[in-house]
Design a protein around this ligand. Structure first.
Ligand code: FAD
Ligand code: SIN
Length: 519
């Protein structure tokens, strides 16, 4: 059986940043499900939130993040994010990442709920590509890092409470493998594809969360799913993201009658927090009996729009829409998971040798609602921190015991079409932007049945994540941040200003904000 020092699952920002750290000290195998550049990171548009501009302060970034999190952020985690963020972004620039500039200064964009212009971006709206390019270049300079594309991880191996390796299927060759390692970092991203409509690429199906849950890790705050208000709504087109930065630069939302409706819902209008804008759109759709609203940038200078948002402009053109002249049809889509595998401030999952970083994890930085453009920053900061803790663990861990695991069957990597379609529909209709206890209860029963019926591990993992989200949504009897229930429409601080935690054996329970979960 093959053995390496470290396995990283995922080649987005968190996995690549972790691999840079690990590859300086040991052998690293990066397993990634598709082509190595395929990830949510690659499609990131708006940019990275970081307090680097002259009129900004780390304390303001801290306050904005805490406010967006609606009472559920862990302050220590947010402090780490905003204080260490600038040094990691500077490091990325030193490694050759070309963020856009205004003269010789970085150019800062504006997004919702930020009190300053603080979003650094690259080639206008192609930030993710530039970050992936930079990190991949760095990883490729490290001779002990191997990247294996089309390697679908399905199980982490746990023996006597310690993680010893990973089982995966090479989907092109249809072969299955077991690799042992001193430490494993989960960097598999979120789980947008448990929903019918999502901005996420196809690889984002949540196995990291399911594998960790099956291994006995804690999953936190799974009810908090962020829906992006403005995904392209056009027959035959994917749910392509229309960045919040478009509204940051002056784009407005109109209903089917051409009325600008956001000022009726929030003082900050189009720049209200993301959950407020997304729910306002749903309300407006119901009120006007429509299936989309419109993003209008036609009042902005056409040359500015083309230059600032070249990729969005081109994509809209591809679907017959001119961003400078047409109102663009949009509606909300599942976008980001605030919850995930609970970790400490060093990416540790509570299981010896198992770490998690990036969107798969829940460090406590996002609370009930992520501040726009904080997730790339989280991937950088916590990817590096998790790697450093994995290095420390491996340097003192006892030798790996031998393993007698039989390999998986390659079919385990296949998704059952009928179950997947049914599951995504249930999630969209009953566990989406607007929820109600009765519907959640029925959805949970259906999801439990689908989970039992899943013929492959990949299908079961998808069903497990959906079921965890639905169970947490039913558990939390209040509305807060991205979680909104019509039967409990207000926040209830006395009872619910706490995290939800789920464990395979211990069920679902609450945990106080800002306290050590593994104590
Ligand atoms: P990802 O970048 O999603 O990478 C996950 C990796 O894991 C992929 O390589 C995937 O193939 C691999 N993987 C998954 N499952 C398996 C498996 N079972 N086996 C092997 N490999 C697996 N955030 C911002 O801060 N700013 C933005 O401007 C921004 N724009 C966004 C635009 C879009 C369209 C989307 C979808 C998200 C955006 N976000 C943005 C969110 C942000 O991009 C993600 O949260 C972040 O990139 C996640 O990074 P990650 O490394 O955790 O995961
Ligand atoms: C966007 O560009 O609107 C996405 C930013 C984010 O998800 O943080």
């Amino acid at each position: 059986m093959r053995e390496v020092d470290f396995i990283v699952i995922g080649s987005g920002i968190a996995g690549l940043r972790a691999a840079v750290e690990l590859g300086r000290a040991g052998s690293v195998l990066i397993l990634t499900k598709d082509e190595l550049t395929e990830s949510s990171t690659r499609y990131a548009q708006g940019g990275v939130a970081v307090a680097l501009s002259d009129d900004d302060e780390i304390a303001l970034h801290f306050e904005d993040t805490m406010r967006a999190g609606a009472g559920l952020c862990d302050p220590e985690a947010v402090r780490v994010l905003v204080e260490e963020g600038p040094q990691y972004v500077q490091e990325l620039i030193a490694w050759g990442c070309r963020f856009d500039r205004a003269g010789d200064q970085l150019a800062f964009g504006q997004e919702a709920a930020h009190s300053r212009r603080r979003i650094v971006h690259a080639r206008g709206d192609a930030t993710g590509r530039e970050i992936v390019r930079t990190l991949l270049e760095r990883v490729r300079e490290l001779p002990r890092v191997e990247i294996l594309p089309h390697a679908f991880a399905l199980r982490v191996l746990i023996h006597e409470g310690r993680c010893l390796g990973v089982q995966y299927v090479e989907t092109r060759a249809r072969t299955s493998h077991t690799v042992r390692a001193h430490a494993v970092i989960l960097a598999t991203g979120g789980a947008g594809h448990i929903y019918l409509h999502t901005t996420n690429p196809d690889v984002v199906t949540g196995e990291g969360m399911a594998m960790a849950y099956e291994a006995g890790a804690l999953l936190a705050d799974m009810e908090f799913v962020q829906f992006h208000p403005t995904a392209l709504h056009r027959a035959g087109a994917p749910r392509f993201l229309l960045s919040e930065a478009l509204r940051g630069e002056g784009g407005v939302l109109r209903n089917r009658f051409g009325e600008r409706f956001m000022p009726r819902y929030h003082d900050a209008a189009e720049l209200a927090p993301r959950d407020v804008v997304a729910r306002a759109i749903v309300t407006e759709l119901q009120r006007t009996d429509a299936d989309c609203v419109y993003l209008d940038l036609t009042h902005l200078p056409a040359s500015f729009v083309r230059e600032r948002f070249p990729r969005i402009y081109e994509t809209c053109q591809h679907y017959g829409l001119d961003l400078t002249r047409d109102w663009i049809p949009v509606s909300p889509a599942a976008h980001y998971f605030m919850g995930g595998v609970r970790t400490d401030l060093h990416g540790w999952t509570g299981i010896a040798g198992l770490f998690a970083a990036g969107e798969v994890s829940c460090t406590g930085v996002h609370g009930a609602n992520r501040l726009a453009s904080n997730s790339l920053l989280e991937g950088l900061v916590f990817g590096a921190r998790a790697a450093r803790r994995a290095l420390a663990f491996a340097s003192t861990a006892p030798a790996l015991p031998s393993l007698r695991e039989s390999n998986l069957s390659p079919e385990e990597a296949e998704l059952d079409g009928a179950i997947t379609r049914r599951l995504r529909t249930i999630m969209w209709e009953a566990v989406g932007l607007i929820r109600h206890g009765e519907r959640l209860r029925l959805a949970l029963d259906d999801l439990e049945a689908l989970r039992r019926a899943a013929p492959t591990l990949a299908t079961r993992h998808l069903a497990t994540v959906a079921w965890l989200v639905a169970r947490a949504a039913l558990f939390r009897e209040e509305s807060r941040g991205a979680h909104f229930r019509t039967d409990f429409p207000a926040p209830n601080d006395a009872q619910w200003r706490c995290h939800s935690i789920q464990h395979r054996e211990r069920g679902i329970f609450t945990h106080p904000i800002g306290t050590e979960v593994f104590a």
